[in-house]
Design a binder for this molecule. Structure first.
Ligand code: MG
Length: 383
């Protein structure tokens, strides 16, 4: 046992490979928000909070406030491996799932390091007896934004040349989805897997029309993600029953409870589980278990985040669904990792490596962190 002595929140601006452009903003870098926990023996455990007002409802400042207040109170001076900590974090603060996830992942990283095991081993105890058969490589799709068909075709060619075998195409109300998909399919050929993510863009009627048109055109879609609004479970169920293409719920699913609601209503065939939605690994494992029990497929996804958050998600993916092509391409969007170690990216694979914990050893030498929170157990005691 080794107690958590120090907790930090770091903001690390990280340049993107290409500017991220949406209807409302254009940015050329990601504000990576990291939580670092340091134990009494000087080991560091790492976690990441994906922040976006519009997606996670959190910001670097809100993460800093949640960590410096109720979350630090839970973990400082406690054994990182204490099995009660995950539920104590859940009870300490309402919402703030990305902040909770960052702290819980950092604890899990630290606890696995203390035991000398990779994080995946702690997430899949039943296979821990047979370490050699566990996969150390996870495959991911690559996201392609909606755009003009010719642009999408050119980008899809680039991604396939880089080694991606599965492309996730964003649908938008402003673009002709079928025209874009036809252009991509005729460019990449039949061997490449195509998924579509509508991010709630359609109503049920539109979703059924577009998906049936894709089926009639023989576009060979593996799945369509979140065709309708997050809370419109009846509409989601109507789409799922009206089309042959498998439907995956993303925004509709945050917790294990949501997975059971989806399953009870027959609202989707698969679920996309993300740590920034579940608030950490414990709830993600519970959600995965609920999905498996109900016969729903599982894909592990991520937000716009760096190698730190993606590493935790990759260990989770290796534990719960090793053979699936996951949705963990965010690291490929950054010019370089803000940390040394963690998953290594090549082709369409994330290699967990042979590490203890997440395998993150330090901040990258060229990282320029701004320290938002820096608290130690000793200063807490003095206060
Ligand atoms: Mg999605």
């Amino acid at each position: 046992m080794s107690v958590v002595e120090c907790i930090r929140v770091l903001r690390v601006p990280s340049p993107l490979v290409r500017p991220f452009v949406t209807a409302v903003r254009r940015t050329d870098h990601l504000e990576v928000v990291l939580v670092e926990l340091i134990d009494a023996e000087g080991r560091s455990g790492w976690g990441e909070a994906a922040t976006s007002w519009r997606v996670t409802g959190e910001s670097p400042q809100s993460v800093a406030a949640a960590v410096a207040g109720p979350l630090a109170e839970v973990v400082l001076g406690r054994d990182a491996a204490d099995p009660d900590l995950a539920s104590l974090l859940t009870r300490a603060v309402w919402g703030n799932a990305a902040a909770r996830s960052a702290v819980e992942c950092a604890l899990a990283d630290l606890a696995a390091q203390q035991r000398g095991l990779p994080l995946v081993a702690d997430l899949s105890p039943e296979s821990a007896v047979n370490n050699s058969s566990r996969t150390s490589r996870i495959r991911t799709d690559m996201t392609l934004s909606a755009g003009e068909p010719s642009e999408m075709a050119a980008l899809s060619e680039e991604h396939v040349a880089a080694g991606f075998g599965c492309l996730k195409i964003k649908a938008s109300a402003a673009h002709d989805t079928i025209a874009g998909l036809r252009a991509v399919r005729s460019t990449v050929g039949s061997d490449i897997t195509l998924r579509v993510d509508a991010n709630q863009a359609w109503d049920a009627e539109t979703a059924i029309r577009v998906i049936r048109a894709a089926e009639d055109a023989g576009l060979g879609l593996e799945l369509v993600e979140q065709p309708v609004a997050a809370h419109a479970l009846a509409a989601l169920a109507a789409v799922t029953s009206a089309v042959d293409t498998p439907i995956m719920a993303d925004e509709s699913v945050r917790t294990a409870h949501d997975v059971r609601m989806i399953a009870d209503r027959g609202a989707a065939d698969l679920v996309n589980l993300k740590l920034a939605k579940t608030g950490g690994l414990a709830e993600a494992l519970a959600a995965a278990e609920a999905a498996q029990a109900a016969g729903l497929g599982i894909v592990i996804g991520c937000m716009m985040e760096s190698h730190v958050g993606v590493s935790a998600a990759a260990h989770l993916a290796a534990a719960v669904a090793p053979g699936v092509v996951h949705d963990l391409d965010a690291g490929f969007w950054l010019r370089s990792s803000p940390v040394a170690g963690g998953v290594a990216l090549s082709g369409d694979e994330l290699d967990l490596g042979s590490c203890t914990g997440l395998g993150i050893t330090a901040l990258a030498p060229d990282a320029r962190p701004e320290i938002l929170v820096d608290l130690s157990a000793r200063s807490e005691v003095r206060a």
